[in-house]
Design a protein around this ligand. Structure first.
Ligand code: PLP
Length: 408
């Protein structure tokens, strides 16, 4: 191997796995989307010349807003008004009246006094955690948190105590034994996903909020998959579990239920002011294009009118998918909502099943390392309010056939 193609053991084995899957016709990643409707798409797998239709269960357009005429119109109007690019960072030139309006709308939606927009949800986590925690602080994090949280904590330089997934007793034990933080007195932080992206279950937020209060820790909840979709007003897992006013900061993304792009944080006014002037992933990266902000604003407006009905359909569809998969003998682990996870185990097996499904007309999301631990590969199905009963029945049939085919 030449030094130019020897990337070290871990990277070499990633590329070997890619070679192996591509050679076996089992590579499921980067299918090219050639057309897109609400829950249908036409995909061209990397090794074929023609596209074919699939029903999309691999997307996070949970409320079916990505083709909503008002959301599309919001993007078009904003682009006509401010152009396509952002011309710079938000602090100088990249912050329009639409950005200001979206921050206000987000604060009103979330119930937190303030909000700010990040270029992506990942950057929201990097910025919030990299700013609110620092060397000498101690952060308590669920082991199954999204990797953008883990990366934010690495960036922060804080000491991290990882607690067993959704285990408040373990969290309590770690808080008890951690001792006082060595840096700024009292600076402890607890961070969890509201709805876990790779597991489909909800964080036990009431117990966690209780511990945050008892140990004087800031509580940060990533509502990426729950914003818009959970709670009576779609404010997320914290609303659903009735702890909204006990959470200090929520982070999230517009790429899922809000059918747009970009990230956000909602918090108290002073904390937002601090993030605005200190979070490097906010300050040093260009602002969101106006068209994207226009789409997000329109999505929030549509949700104020149609959210309840769309959330009801999403809940019903998710319950039906979980019920039908269980009836077909397919394990969905602890999935509790519209993120439905089917554990498979080995990466190659997961990739083969995902590719077979795609070839037969069902697009699901394979979660393989590094997104999940080695041996913990799985398929993720994202339910949409727009899926029909037939879509769900077909998905269950195809999935159980593909898993059975793999078992032989
Ligand atoms: C829980 C969670 N947080 C953050 C992110 C990052 O969001 P974005 O795609 O906007 O960077 C994701 C993305 O999938 C996620 O699942």
């Amino acid at each position: 191997m030449s030094p130019l193609t020897d990337f070290g053991t871990a990277h070499n084995s990633t590329l070997e796995a890619v070679d192996r899957l591509q050679k076996d016709g089992a590579y499921p990643l980067f299918p090219v989307i050639t057309q897109r409707e609400v829950t249908r798409a036409w995909i061209r797998p990397h090794d074929t010349a023609v596209d074919h239709p699939v029903t999309v269960f691999g997307s996070a357009d949970y409320l079916g807003l990505a083709r909503h005429p008002k959301v599309v119109q919001g993007a078009l109007d904003a682009t006509r008004r401010f152009g396509t690019g952002m011309y710079g960072i938000q602090a100088v030139g990249g912050y329009t009246t639409l950005h200001e309006e979206l921050e206000e709308a987000l604060a009103a939606w979330s119930g937190h006094p303030g909000a700010l927009l990040f270029p992506t949800g990942m950057q929201a986590n990097l910025g919030v955690l990299g700013t609110l925690a620092g060397p000498g602080d101690v952060v308590f994090a669920d082991r199954f948190n999204h990797q953008s949280i883990t990366m934010g904590l690495e960036l922060s330089g804080a000491a991290v105590r990882a607690f067993r997934h959704n285990d408040p007793e373990h969290l309590a034990e770690l808080l008890r034994t951690a001792g006082p933080p060595a840096g700024r007195p009292g600076r402890r932080l607890i961070v969890v996903d509201g709805l876990f992206s790779a597991d489909g279950d909800l964080a036990p937020l009431p117990e966690i909020a209780e511990l945050a209060e008892r140990y004087d820790a800031l509580l940060v909840v990533d509502e990426a998959h729950s914003a818009g979709t959970l709670g009576d007003r779609g404010r997320g897992a914290a609303e659903l579990l009735e702890v909204r006013d006990r959470v200090d900061v929520i982070t999230g993304t517009f790429t899922k239920a809000f059918a747009s792009s970009g990230g956000f944080a909602c918090a108290g006014t002073e904390m937002v002011r601090l993030l605005r002037h200190s979070a490097r992933s906010y300050l040093l990266s260009a602002g969101l294009p106006a068209g994207t902000v226009g789409a997000s604003l329109a999505a929030l407006q549509v949700l104020a009118q149609e959210g309840e009905e769309r959330r009801r359909r999403l809940r019903d569809n998710a319950a039906e998918l979980r019920r039908a998969l269980a009836a077909a003998g397919v394990d969905t682990a602890g999935s509790m909502a519209h993120v439905v996870v089917v554990p498979v185990g080995l990466m190659d097996r997961t990739a083969r099943v995902a590719r077979r499904l795609a070839d037969r007309g069902l697009l699901v999301c394979p979660l393989i390392p590094p997104a999940v631990p080695i041996g913990g590969a799985r398929l993720r199905l994202g339910v949409s309010a727009e899926h029909t009963a037939d879509d769900i029945a077909n998905a269950v049939r195809l999935l159980s056939e593909a898993l059975a085919g793999e078992a032989q």
